[in-house]
Design a protein around this ligand. Structure first.
Ligand code: ME8
Length: 529
């Protein structure tokens, strides 16, 4: 785990903290994988990285779920939170913080933050009347409801009428400040389509929203009125600040050394909370704003929305049990343009993985390694004289790959990162077939054959390095076959700087000649449906 360092580039990425009303959904895995990939990419670059995830444990939805199961809310939360942590291990997620909103440290941060907003004069007692969706934990406008008062996001759930005294947050006061923020920082909300959604919502005029509930015990009591608990969303957003305090420090706002976050990664369903309510709350408390909020799209299954009633929910435990984590990570990031909705089809999943990773990349390495063992003494060839080792015909695409993929990760264009690598891998396959090094060896043209072998091994190395944030297990196996003692799951800052520095390893032509190669073994097992 990294500790905070002022000298380094800091990169703090967060996922939503997931509700514990149910076991993890494949959608939570999607967001968390993307955040993990970015965290790994920034670790490789040598940045000081903090990756934050966790569980959202208060509120009526959780209280009712626990009641229905005949458990105490805390026992219920403990069990489901442990389920999330177990899933993240299966998906090879390297988070630095797992925030649970029922932890006393978090409660301390929420209370201090509330007090600041109170002291700023931005909280008042009012009367809340309206339709509440417990599944969304949000009041809905009557005009947005489906027939018979069903929630548009939860069509089989009815909203409930509420008429009670609540404390309100003066969101309306921040209308101008928010509009200035979106204008002066056009990248604050991404992608562009989501930014437009927010601009249009805000331009209709912001209304104050209630931030307390009465008659709800399962929450953090209001410091100023213990008959109320803090609204679950006000509580949940603050997890990002709780995470910014080092675990061995007092949980106070002054100790939130990692704050502000570089990037909040969320689904499009919770954009308004992150891009409107949250910055206004932070302005009120006098804290800096996050740099970026990215709202990605939603996953469907075989073209249909996933829902319990359709019986087509993908169970992430089952999926990762049947296939390996690298495969699922790769599919989600390569197959779906990040920001847009995307589909999971198991047939397509198996086909893509077999084509890209087993055939194009895995077989390429395997063929060439076998040749190197047979004809080059099991070492990376080259080093003899002044002949260029890297073939000119592949150089044009190989030399810019590192930069193109780096740029793709920076802009969260994961599909472009994968496609750029795969196109070089495919060109390399074509190149081996055309050059036929096995024939060159037979004809005694050792130097030409060695050039082909070196060029291909180097293409595979560079590809493995650039894909390592997405497929760390596969990349480790490839690096180990190329003779490196590297495990992309065990990277600390000092090791990266000494052994696989980003600037050298993203450059084409880095593989050292003479390095001993390991025995060829398949690096990616073909998947079976
Ligand atoms: O909203 N496709 O928690 P939540 C893609 N506790 N992503 C999906 C998805 C799908 N079909 N379904 C869910 C909450 N997600 C709050 C968050 S944060 C301060 C509090 C992902 O368990 C996506 O990231 O309902 C979405 O935003 C999130 O899960 C919602 O998780």
């Amino acid at each position: 785990m990294t500790s905070f360092s002022k000298e380094k580039n800091k990169f703090v990425v967060t996922t939503p903290i997931y509700y514990v009303n149910d076991l993890p959904h494949i959608g939570s895995a999607y967001t968390t994988i993307a955040a993990d990939v970015l965290a790994r990419f920034h670790r490789l670059k040598g940045d000081s990285v903090l990756m934050v995830t966790g569980t959202d444990e208060h509120g009526q939805k959780i209280q009712r779920t626990a009641e229905a199961l005949g458990r105490s809310p805390q026992a219920h939360c403990d069990e489901i939170a442990a389920g999330f942590a177990a899933l993240w291990e299966r998906f090879n997620i390297q988070y630095d913080r797992f925030i649970r909103t029922t932890a006393p440290r978090h409660e301390a941060i929420v209370k201090e933050f509330f007090q600041r907003v109170w002291d700023a004069g931005d909280i008042y007692l009012g009367q809340q009347q309206g339709w509440y969706c417990v599944s969304c934990e949000e009041f809905k406008e009557e005009r947005d409801l489906l027939p018979e008062k069903h929630c548009p996001l939860h069509p089989n759930k009815q909203v409930e009428w509420r008429d009670e005294k609540n404390y309100f947050f003066r969101l309306s006061k921040y209308q101008d400040a928010l509009e200035r923020l979106y204008e002066s920082q056009p990248d604050f909300i991404q992608p562009e389509s989501r930014r437009n959604e927010v601009l249009s919502f805000v331009s209709q005029g912001l209304q104050d929203f209630s931030i307390s509930r009465v008659n709800l015990a399962w929450g953090i009591p209001l410091p100023v009125d213990p008959d109320h608990t803090i609204y679950v969303w006000f509580d949940a957003l603050l997890n990002y600040v709780t995470a910014s305090v080092e675990p061995d420090q007092e949980p106070t706002l002054a100790n939130a050394v990692w704050w502000p976050a570089s990037l909040h990664l969320i689904g499009k369903d919770i954009l308004r909370f992150h891009a409107v309510y949250w910055p206004a709350m932070l302005m009120s408390a006098g804290l800096p704003l996050p740099e970026r909020v990215f709202g990605h799209g939603f996953l469907t299954k075989d073209g249909q929305k996933m829902s319990k009633s359709l019986g087509n929910i993908i169970d992430p435990f089952d999926l990762v049990q049947r296939y390996n984590s690298d495969a699922i990570r790769y599919y989600f990031l390569k197959e779906i343009e990040f920001g847009r909705d995307g589909d999971f089809s198991e047939t397509r999943f198996v086909n893509i993985l077999n084509a890209d990773l087993a055939n194009d990349l895995g077989n390429l390495l395997n063929r060439v390694l076998k040749l190197a063992h047979k004809n080059c003494g099991g070492k990376v060839p080259g080093g003899g004289g002044d002949r260029p080792l890297l073939d000119e015909s592949l150089k044009a695409i190989g030399k810019d790959l590192g930069e193109a993929v780096t740029q793709a990760y920076e802009t969260l264009a994961f599909d472009q990162a994968c496609n750029a690598v795969l196109s070089v891998v495919r060109a390399s396959n074509k190149y081996v077939d055309e050059q036929a090094p096995w024939t060159l060896f037979k004809q005694g043209n050792q130097s030409a054959a060695e050039r082909v072998i070196y060029t291909v091994l180097e293409t595979v190395r560079l590809s493995a390095y650039l894909l390592s944030p997405i497929v760390p297990n596969l990349s480790s196996r490839i690096y180990q076959q190329l003779g490196y003692a590297v495990d992309f799951n065990q990277l600390d800052e000092a090791f990266i700087a000494a052994s696989i520095p980003f600037s050298a390893h993203t450059r084409w032509g880095t593989l050292p000649s003479g390095q001993s190669l390991a025995a060829p073994q398949p690096v990616f097992q073909r998947l079976e449906l």
